[in-house]
Design a protein around this ligand. Structure first.
Ligand code: ADP
Length: 374
């Protein structure tokens, strides 16, 4: 017969142990009683001058009272044994059920999580291994819950982030086809900006997916970081001018080449610049600088925007994390721009960090290694 309940197994093991113990004790007591009682009878026989009868052993001296005494001792022994086993079995059942109760609750909760319900939490009253298991289960469900929330939020954010530029492009193109909207260079340039926004978002998503799968393949080669940054700043000039933000670059002369993947580093600078322009109101300034520091090249993107609250600052490079929305500008964001920046910079062997004063502006820094001298 297979027992498929843990508490029954524990109770059966405890009861079996009690039976073996009681049997061993009963046999020992029975043997000891019989032999001690025999010695006692022989001793009484010798005292009464019946030494000659010794050859027949004490069996010869056993009358009805002696036999009744031994049999009553035996009966009492078996009765005490049976009572002890029954009590042990009952205690074992009660304790086994008590010990396995949290495991049964845990098993039911795991079943609920498997069916997609991540709202259940269990009380963890004990400090033993089962208590530790319960605490770990709660932590696991908490993290699952957070991930599900982040995934749901990301889906909504992405739909919004992609939907807005798409509908702007679509409605303007339809207007141009119907002859209602003028296909002026300004209009086409603004539609191009919307398309660029979409393309950057798709690129960031692809990078993040590659990083998550551990397939962020870089092709680093010696390259001129100052030239790359300066060309991105020049290309972003018209967008900054449209937003009324003064954009400038400060590149230290005669910088050594950096070991980098040009395409990926462009993505990093573009993301930081795009954030700086988004979070800086018209009339503000954004300055990008490239310098050499402590054997590495260092890039900083400083803005005079709204800044980042102290509580948000430690989390801004986390995936899907979003702080306060940009004031005075179109809301939105996906919370992946800075996570991509971090992945890419660290994949190059560099570091990234930020400083900010709420109300005054932020500075984002990242470093890249210099090509080692041969
Ligand atoms: P998002 O798509 O929300 O901009 P990011 O990963 O690029 O996502 O940025 C994460 C958060 O960091 C933003 O939600 C914003 O609160 C904050 N942030 C990033 N750059 C700046 C900046 N230059 N000024 C102020 N806040 C910023």
């Amino acid at each position: 017969m297979r027992i498929n309940k843990l508490w029954l197994k524990m109770a059966a093991v405890s009861a079996a142990t009690a039976v073996i113990g009681v049997l061993a004790a009963a046999l020992l007591i029975r043997n000891a009683t019989t032999s001690q009682f025999g010695s006692y009878l022989e001793h009484i026989g010798r005292m009464n001058g019946m030494g000659g009868m010794m050859g027949g052993g004490f069996g010869g001296m056993m009358g009805a009272p002696e036999t009744a005494f031994l049999s009553s001792v035996n009966t009492s022994l078996w009765l005490a044994g049976a009572i002890a086993v029954a009590i042990a079995a009952m205690v074992a059942i009660v304790f086994s059920r008590q010990i396995t109760a949290p495991l049964r609750r845990l098993s039911a909760a795991v079943g609920r999580v498997a069916r997609g319900d991540t709202s259940c939490r269990l009380p963890s009253a004990s400090t033993d291994e089962v208590g530790a298991l319960t605490t770990n289960f709660n932590c696991m469900v908490e993290s699952l819950d957070r991930n599900q929330d982040a995934r749901r939020k990301l889906m909504g954010d992405l739909a919004h982030e992609m939907g807005t530029p798409l509908s702007v492009i679509q409605s303007n193109l339809e207007g141009m086809l119907d002859g209602i909207v003028d296909a002026s260079p300004d209009k086409i340039s603004s539609l191009h900006q919307e398309a660029m926004l979409l393309s950057r978002l798709v690129k960031d998503l692809r990078t993040l997916a590659q990083a998550e799968a551990g397939r962020l393949n870089l092709a680093p080669a010696p390259s001129d970081l100052g030239k790359l940054v300066s060309s991105i700043v020049t290309a972003t000039g018209p967008e900054a001018a449209r937003k009324g933000v003064a954009l400038s670059a400060l590149i230290e002369p005669r910088l050594p080449p950096a070991m980098m993947d040009d395409d990926r580093v462009s993505q990093v600078v573009a993301n930081l610049l795009s954030n700086a322009l988004r979070y800086t109101p018209a009339g503000g300034k954004v300055e990008v600088s490239v310098t050499q520091d402590d054997g590495a090249l260092s890039v900083s993107v400083a803005d005079t925007g709204q800044g980042i609250p102290e509580v948000d600052l430690p989390h801004i490079f986390d995936r899907y994390y979003r702080g306060p929305e940009p004031k005075e500008k179109r809301a939105g964001g996906s919370g992946i721009g800075l996570a991509v920046v971090k992945e890419l910079v660290e994949a190059h062997g560099g570091r990234v960090w930020a400083r900010s004063t709420p109300g005054q502006g932020s500075v984002f820094f990242f470093t890249l290694p210099i090509v080692p001298a041969t």
